[in-house]
Design a protein around this ligand. Structure first.
Ligand SMILES: Cc1cc2nc3c(=O)[nH]c(=O)nc-3n(C[C@H](O)[C@H](O)[C@H](O)COP(=O)(O)OP(=O)(O)OC[C@H]3O[C@@H](n4cnc5c(N)ncnc54)[C@H](O)[C@@H]3O)c2cc1C
Length: 601
């Protein structure tokens, strides 16, 4: 039996009691499902996670992929895992029946991702394949879709996202990989890609890259980038598969997530890499951006999953580790040592981890729900869900990642010296989670997206929608005497954000965008705390209602009371941080804009 690495109880609470997942089945698209089928899918993911993933957490980390003579070998369990995921239909969980999927809501597929990543994030292969296959089903011809997608969803072909180049990381407009049109409507691809996750390995029969490249003569910048399917092996005219000249030039030796090879790939060294255009020329970035919400929910879930696993390891350790006496018994040396969970400072660390991880998961399920509604609803409902999702996306990617790093750091701290050793999993999880604020758009880039675009798009309609949603929760919470102070505090947070915006906007109106965005990351941090406070109040309202109407007993009673306690912790310990952030954001003195003298040696 695997150790506890996530709480099934909490997942059920969020999915069914707070977000009422089965309400999605009222939409025609999801009508084949009900609560039972949702839970069956989660059980099937848990079974794979328990048997094929979590037991190999350390082994996959210690036996990282190796590149020898151009061949990359990964841990043998990866192949078994991919087959199990394909057989269970979990790679295609979110795909339509038409494309061989299960037509499940993102709310459920995202939670599948959470379970898998909590179990073993070093086996992060299938999310990449789903993302790549989704690009094909959404934008490519039916010919490409019919050829590539079934093998990808079966787990026998790997999908990748091949965007980054040595000079084009955050700035994808600088992509230079070239695509030269051929008489048969294919393209010859030439260039290099770096950091391509699962970009080559021996656990599958083929690798299908969804690659950004520039067609010869295309306009400069973002408007000239196209999307291609570039396989490792392509089908020749005689029906045989031939090598497509995508060479694995290197594999990065990383700090964490060591089970997944991050590849340096070279295309066209023998002038023989063929790519197949996806959709229209020059639409590569818009296509990618349409897929980004799912990918960013995926990264948020990875971070939330890793931090959750670390939290449960720390919690178990804190209950078992005797050290010192309680503060009020310090001088009674004859008294037995107490378990460290009884020290207020250790409880603070554990409550911090619980508040960050469960707050993050709640926000991500909220985002996934909005994603689903934006896909299947109509009219205003669809548009509003889309706008709100767009606004929340930078937060749903960054808060779990940035705060997850801090949370796992506190997990290591809870273990004391043992946390720094390889005897416990937290040192690995600390290394693993560090990538999440970097890939799929760094925190700095997410912050500019939030403040530079999302806060102001459509005349600020998105934040208005968010504030309206928050006000509903505030109104519900205000009906309970013990929740009212927190409802009032959230109202104050909302006003604080509006005040900060009012002080920043004049810079944008004057056209001084560098000044407007100079502290965007601090704005994202402040905004993130407010958004997660909203999520905590939302959970507390449901817990309170359940306590009053259902009189739960035993573990259920502890669970609901624990929710309200953790909400209070978040409001007392985390929310006040916004005061300092707001003060900084309103400060007229800016010390980070480029000048000659700063950062001189
Ligand atoms: C393990 C791993 C897996 C990856 N997997 C993939 C993959 O599968 N596919 C893929 O295509 N890519 C992948 N990447 C690449 C990843 O997406 C990039 O590393 C990331 O986008 C950052 O790009 P960069 O490394 O070039 O950093 P840079 O863009 O050079 O950024 C360096 C720093 O400068 C900041 N910065 C840059 N531009 C700005 C700006 N305009 N304003 C403010 N700050 C700025 C950044 O926030 C960052 O702090 C992976 C990377 C790693 C490490």
């Amino acid at each position: 039996m695997a150790a506890t690495y996530f709480s099934k109880r909490n997942l059920q609470f969020l999915l069914h009691e707070v977000f009422k997942a089965d309400e999605l089945t009222k939409y025609e698209y999801f009508s084949a499902h009900d609560r039972e089928t949702f839970n069956l899918v989660l059980d099937s993911a848990t079974y794979i996670a328990d048997t094929l993933m979590q037991p190999y957490l350390k082994d996959v980390d210690r036996n990282q992929p190796e590149l020898k003579n151009g061949q990359i070998t990964v841990h043998p369990k990866i192949k078994e895992y991919l087959k199990a995921m394909g057989d269970a239909g979990l790679i295609g969980a979110g795909f339509s029946f038409e494309h061989g999927g299960q037509q499940l809501p993102e709310m459920i597929s995202a939670c599948v991702g959470f379970i898998l990543m909590a179990a073993n994030n070093g086996m992060m292969y299938t999310g990449l394949t789903s993302g790549a296959a989704h690009l094909i089903t959404s934008f490519a011809s039916s010919e490409l879709s019919e050829f590539y997608v079934p093998n990808m969803l079966a787990g026998t072909w790997q999908g990748t996202m091949a965007l980054t180049e040595p000079q084009a990381g955050s700035s994808l407009s600088d992509v230079t990989t070239s695509a030269t049109p051929q008489p048969d409507n294919t393209y010859k691809i030439k260039g290099q890609k770096v950091f391509i996750s699962a970009g080559d390995h021996d656990a599958v029969d083929n690798i299908i890259h969804l690659m950004l490249a520039r067609i010869d003569g295309a306009p400069k910048g973002t408007k000239g980038i196209s999307l291609f399917v570039v396989p490792k092996y392509r089908k020749a005219e005689d029906g045989n598969f031939v090598d497509n000249d995508v060479i694995s030039t290197g594999v990065y030796h990383k700090m964490g997530q060591k089970g997944v090879p991050a590849m340096h790939l070279t295309m066209g060294s023998n002038d023989n890499t063929i790519g197949y255009l996806v959709g229209e020329p020059h639409q590569g970035l818009p296509y990618m951006f349409q897929m980004m919400n799912e990918a960013r929910i995926g990264v948020g879930m990875t971070a939330a999953g890793i931090a959750t696993a670390a939290f449960y390891a720390a919690l178990q350790y804190a209950k078992e580790r005797p050290q010192s006496r309680r503060l009020n018994e310090k001088n009674r040396l004859d008294a037995p040592q107490t378990a460290i969970i009884n020290h207020p400072d250790v409880r603070r660390m554990l409550l911090f981890q619980k508040s960050v991880t469960e707050g993050s998961l709640s926000l991500l399920i909220e985002a996934a729900r909005l994603f689903d509604i934006s896909q299947v609803a109509e009219g205003d409902e669809k548009e509003n869900a889309f706008l709100l999702l767009d606004l929340l996306m930078p937060v749903a990617k960054s808060y779990p990642s940035e705060m997850g790093v801090q949370s796992v750091s506190q997990s290591v701290q809870t273990f004391g010296g043992y946390g720094f050793t390889e005897d416990f999993p937290v040192e690995q999880l600390y290394r693993d989670i560090r990538i999440t604020p970097i890939y799929e758009g760094t925190t700095g880039i997410q912050a500019q997206d939030l403040l530079g675009r999302k806060m102001t798009m459509k005349g600020g309609k998105a934040p208005q929608l968010l504030f309206a949603e928050m006000s509903k929760v505030i109104a519900e919470a205000s009906t309970f005497d013990d929740l009212k102070p927190y409802a009032d505090q959230l109202t104050a947070e909302l006003r604080r954000t509006q005040e900060v915006m009012a002080s920043l906007l004049p810079h944008a109106q004057k056209g001084d965008i560098e000044r407007y965005l100079s502290d965007a990351t601090l704005f994202l941090e402040m905004f993130g705390i407010m958004v997660v406070a909203w999520q905590w109040l939302k959970q507390a309202v449901v817990a309170k209602q359940t306590l009053l109407t259902q009189n739960p007993q035993g573990n259920d009673l502890i669970f609901y009371e624990g929710k309200i306690h953790t909400m209070k912790f978040f409001f007392h310990y985390e929310v006040p941080k916004t005061l300092g952030l707001a003060q900084r954001l309103k400060d007229t003195e800016v010390l980070t804009i480029v000048s000659e003298k700063e950062l001189a040696l």
